[in-house]
Design a protein around this ligand. Sequence first.
Ligand code: GAL
Length: 694
Amino acid sequence: MPRHRSFLPHAVVAIAALLALHPLATEAQKPAPTPLFFGTSWYPEQWPASRWDTDLQLMQDAHMNVIRVGEFAWSTMEPAEGRFDFTWLDRAIALAAKHHIAVVLGTPTAAPPAWLTSKYPDTLRVDEDGRYAEHGNRQHFSFASPRYRIFAHRIALRMAQHYGHNPNVIGWQIDNELAAPSFDASAKQQFHAWLHHKYGTIAELNRRWATAYWSQTYDTFAEIPVHAKGENPALLLDWKRFVTDTWVSYLQNQIDAIRPNAAAHQFITTNSMHWFNGYDHYIVHKNLDIAAWDDYVPDGHLDPDLNAAQHDLVRGYKQKNFWLMETQPGFVNWGPINATLPPGVTREMAWQAIAHGADAVLYWQWRSSLNGQEQYHGSILGADGTPLPIYAEIQQIGADFERTAAALAGTTIKAPVAILQSYDSHWAIDFQKHSQKFDYVASILDLYRALHPIAQSIDILSPDAPLDPYKVVFAPALNVLPRPTADHLLDYVRNGGNLVLGPRSGMKDADNALQPNRQPGPLASALGGYVEQFYALDKPVPLTGNWGTGTAALWAEQLAATSPQTKVLMTYGKSNGWIDNQPAAITHAYGKGSITYIGATLDPKLMQSMAASLLAEHGIAPAIPGLPEGVEASTRASAETHRAVVILLNHTASSQHIELPRSFENILATHILSASTIDLPPHGVAVLMEPHAQ
Ligand code: GAL
């Protein structure tokens, strides 16, 4: 879920190959190349240059090898219109190189300077109620403003011309946590043009949006209102898609400035916010080299499955390893109660990121600015410039990464199952929840919690991603199901895949219109069944069948079989009268595979037995079986060398004794011994390899 704050929301690549080109790797006194990046956000523009060396030395002492700089420093880089000053940044980057610390450069476009927004107010963001953003915060620009694009392109171009071949700059972060769209005149005009381009004629739009309803019929595109709520569901979905496309072109404007001027080893990314659904992340990441995200636990209580799922979600944007561009050293400043992570959990989280495919972990932030909106945020150094208590834990993580980097080089996650996540479906359900309690993200997480202990690795993907590698694919609440996606899923099943659909699936077409046949629409005939009717529940209904006995609390669909081969897996008990004794889950063979439809929101116990039953049926078993509750295992493997590294994480506050299926060596330990049992301290971590594999 997007985070809410009291002020404006902020909101490897083949790393081995990258490092081969990395200039630091050629320096004589440098430690062995590392595929793991470890570092922090650093804001040299906020401090006297005489202090920088001390900062960088303290970073080096914490085994840091990367910093992200510049992402809010526009007023320092371009203090007056057209007057650029990179001398301070040149010095900071050169000094970082002396400390063997590489640099990711942020373009500063999330924080345009006051000279810009006051001289050109048309660059300011306008909210849905027509209010202009003012200076003094960030993200106060309009993502659609043509004039803003000119300034953004120019600063990115100047930076790229200056640093595109700087050997110590390894990558670019464009902007920072893209978030708020604008409803200014230019954005509205562009939305109308976008609709015109999409539909061709207003008659076609009227037909597909069914505008005869409530006299919505339009004569021209310019008549169409621009709103993000309370509108025709087709309009609302198209607005989200327009916002997505506008962010794509917003990023492209800066990619076009950077790419031609950047050396091949420099990647381009942006940092995103897990479930934030302001735009479609699959589309927005297409032209970026890697995905990166910012992981925060505002209440200080890590929910390991939730956090694991978020990493898997981000890994799915590009289906490869990603960067954790920001995470908290202890606590944040924007939650209702900003409690801190207990000792050891910052390290546990860093390792959980690596366990799920991160190749970099960076803390936000190094030292808080003496003034500004984030004075209370956790940092690594205090205002006095000396290490805070968390520094020792950060230092330990840095040492861990250094020790294990070579083993983890070139490894990634290979999951046996996938969960499909669709922005269209998320949006469509949010527009018309039907039950306030129905939460699209929760429908993914409830399933994830049940699958995770068995599958141990899970991919979370767009419904249009290649699915052949997976024995089972789950699609909870795949509400919007365009024909091409349905065909893609049918191909998967025909070739032997097993598709499990959850409640509310296959209800809408690409225009967010109701499908002309019952759910799951284009998949109904392959399913050998359909949804007779859906019901929002105000009290739990009993369920019984192959997966045991339990309840559905939120949603119940009455299913019907149309083929004698369709098997009923679960049945409702006595409930609202309509669904009593009716099928709640059915399955049907299709091609070489199968389709299963679960029409009820299963309680956690039923969800677990469903997961256990379906995964066992398709031969999916945990790589490290028999783990105590609260202990997570994740395997990173190299497709080339077949080297596998198992990361064990104790998410509990007590010690855990673990019996391993065979002998492993814990390469994090100072004395490496081969053993088939291991004791993990509270929040402890082990990085295991089979003895012969090193
Ligand atoms: C992020 C943002 C950072 C910082 C951080 C604090 O969302 O990108 O600049 O504000 O939150 O938690």
